[in-house]
Ligand binder design. Structure first.
Ligand code: PLP
Ligand code: LYS
Length: 420
C-alpha cells in the first residue's frame, strides 16, 4: 500500500505519524483522537514562506481551519500572522502570543462586542463586509478614541470551481461587498473620521484545485486598486484570502504555493501593495488524521458495515459536504472488503465512507481518517452528548496531548446552574 504522504507512512504494516506508531498513541490516549504532525505543519509554512519570499507578504493562517492553542503557538513561533472570524478566535490568537499587528479579521456578522474587542486590541485590519459594518466600526472606534484600520472585502464574482457550500466569491453569496459597489464603499469609508483605509481583501472559496480563478479575481481587484488611486485613495495591503486545495483522494494533485505565488505576484506587483495571504486548510489539512477504533462490524442484506467510535460530531465534512476522506488501517490486513464506515450517531448521514474498499477491519482494530487536520476538530460538536476527541501533536518520536478528551462532567458544567 502506498503511503498517503511523507508524514503518515507504513513501516512493517503499521501506520506511523512521523516516527510514532499510531497504535501506540491509541493505547496510551484512547480513541478517538486527532493526531497532527508538527513537521508537516512547519514544512508547509516554510513552503509558503519560500514561495512568497521575493515579494513583501504577510502570511495570515486562517484560524477557523484548526484553532487548537498549541497549533496557534506553532503559528506564533514561526512568526506568521492569523486571519480570524470571531472574538473567540481573537482571544485564542492573543493567548497564543500572536501580535495584533499580524491579525486580520473577516466575517459578515461581527457583533459590537467583537468589534470593540478588536478595536481595543488594535489589530492590523478589519476586512469589512458591508456599508453598515463601516458605520458601526467608525462609531466604536470614536467611542474608544482610536482609529480602526480597515480593508474592504470585495466580492469579485468569480467561480472558484469548488463545492458550492465553500464558494464565497460569487455575487449571490453573503460574503463581501459587490465589486461594482466597492468604489462607493471606499468613498464612504474615506469620509468616516475614525477609520484608516489600509487595504483591499477578497477570498473566493476553499479547496481550490485549479488556480486560474485566483488570476481572474486578483486582476479584477487590481483594477479597483487603480481606480481608487485615481480618486486619491491609497492602499497598503492587497489581501487575496486563502483557499488552496489539498489532497483528499490519493490521486489528487493540489497546486503548490509556488504556483499561487507565480500567478498572483506579477499582478499585485503592478499595484505596489504588500500582499497578505490567508491559507487555512493547506497549512494544516494534510498534517492531521482522525484515529478511531472499530466497535462492531455487521452485515445487512448486501451491505457490510464497519462501525467506529467517532462520528459526524468529530468530523462533519463527509456528512455536510459528502466529502471524501481517505481511510487507512492502522495495522494492515491481508483481506479486503467493501464496507460503509459509519459512526455511532443517530443520523443516517453519520458516515465517513460509503461502499469503500478497505482492509477487513474487525472489532478492536484501529483506522485513520486522513487529511482531517483542517475543519475537523474545529467543526466538532457534542451532538448526542459525546465528549469531544483528544488531540495529539507528534514531533519525530515524541507525542503530546494538546487537547484533553472531554469527560462527562465537563459536558454539564455550563448547564449546572440552570434552574427549573
Ligand atoms: C476570509 C477567509 N480567509 C481564509 C480562509 C481560509 O480558507 P482555506 O482554509 O480554504 O485556505 C477562509 C475560509 O474559507 C475565509 O473565509
Ligand atoms: N468548512 C469547510 C471550509 C470552509 C471554509 C471557510 N469559509 C470545509 O470543511 O471544507
Amino acid at each position: 500500500m502506498e503511503n498517503f504522504n511523507e508524514y503518515f507512512r507504513y513501516k512493517d504494516g503499521k501506520l506511523y505519524c512521523e516516527e510514532v506508531p499510531l497504535e501506540k498513541i491509541a493505547e496510551k490516549v484512547g480513541t478517538p483522537f486527532y493526531v497532527y504532525s508538527k513537521t508537516a505543519i512547519e514544512d508547509k509554512i516554510n513552503q509558503y514562506k519560500e514561495a512568497f519570499k521575493d515579494y513583501p507578504t504577510l502570511i495570515c493562517y486562517a484560524v477557523k481551519a484548526n484553532s487548537n492553542l498549541s497549533i496557534l503557538k506553532i503559528i506564533e513561533k514561526n512568526d506568521i500572522g492569523v486571519d480570524i472570524v470571531s472574538g473567540g478566535e481573537l482571544f485564542k490568537a492573543r493567548e497564543a502570543g500572536i501580535p495584533p499587528n499580524k491579525i486580520v479579521y473577516a466575517g459578515v456578522g461581527k457583533t459590537d462586542f467583537e468589534l470593540s474587542y478588536a478595536v481595543r486590541e488594535e489589530i492590523l485590519a478589519f476586512n469589512v463586509e458591508s456599508f453598515q459594518e463601516l458605520e458601526v466600526i467608525d462609531k466604536i472606534a470614536k467611542d474608544r478614541k482610536k482609529k480602526a484600520r480597515i480593508s474592504i472585502r470585495v466580492n469579485p464574482d468569480v467561480n472558484p470551481k469548488t463545492h458550492p457550500y465553500i464558494s464565497t466569491g460569487l455575487r449571490a453569496s453573503k460574503f463581501g461587498i459587490d465589486i461594482n459597489e466597492a468604489l462607493d464603499a471606499y468613498r464612504y469609508a474615506s469620509k468616516l473620521e475614525n477609520l484608516e483605509i489600509v487595504g483591499v481583501h477578497c477570498h473566493i472559496g476553499s479547496q481550490i484545485m485549479d488556480i486560474s480563478p485566483y488570476k481572474e479575481a486578483v486582476e479584477k481587484v487590481a483594477e479597483l486598486v487603480f481606480d481608487l488611486k485615481k480618486e486619491g485613495i491609497e492602499l497598503q495591503y492587497f489581501d487575496i484570502g486563502g483557499g488552496l486545495g489539498i489532497k483528499y483522494k490519493p490521486e489528487d494533485k493540489p497546486p503548490h504555493p509556488k504556483e499561487l505565488a507565480d500567478i498572483v505576484i506579477p499582478i499585485v506587483k503592478q499595484t505596489g501593495l504588500k500582499l497578505i495571504i490567508e491559507p487555512g486548510r493547506s497549512l494544516i489539512g494534510e498534517a492531521g488524521a482522525l484515529v478511531s477504533q472499530v466497535i462492531f462490524t455487521k452485515n445487512k442484506k448486501d451491505k457490510h458495515f464497519i462501525i467506529v467510535d467517532s462520528g459526524m460530531n468529530d468530523l462533519l465534512r463527509p456528512a455536510m459536504y459528502n466529502a471524501y476522506h481517505h481511510i487507512l488501517p492502522v495495522n494492515k490486513k491481508d483481506k479486503k472488503v467493501v464496507a460503509d464506515i459509519v459512526g455511532p450517531i443517530c443520523e443516517t448521514g453519520d458516515f465517513f465512507a460509503l461502499d469503500r474498499e478497505i482492509d477487513d477491519l474487525q472489532r478492536g482494530d484501529y483506522l485513520a481518517v486522513m487529511s482531517a487536520g483542517a475543519y475537523g476538530s474545529s467543526m466538532s460538536s457534542n451532538y448526542n452528548v459525546r465528549p469531544r476527541a483528544a488531540e495529539v501533536l507528534v514531533e519525530k518520536d515524541k507525542f503530546n496531548i494538546i487537547r484533553e478528551r472531554e469527560d462527562y462532567n465537563y459536558l454539564i458544567i455550563p448547564e449546572e446552574k440552570g434552574e427549573i
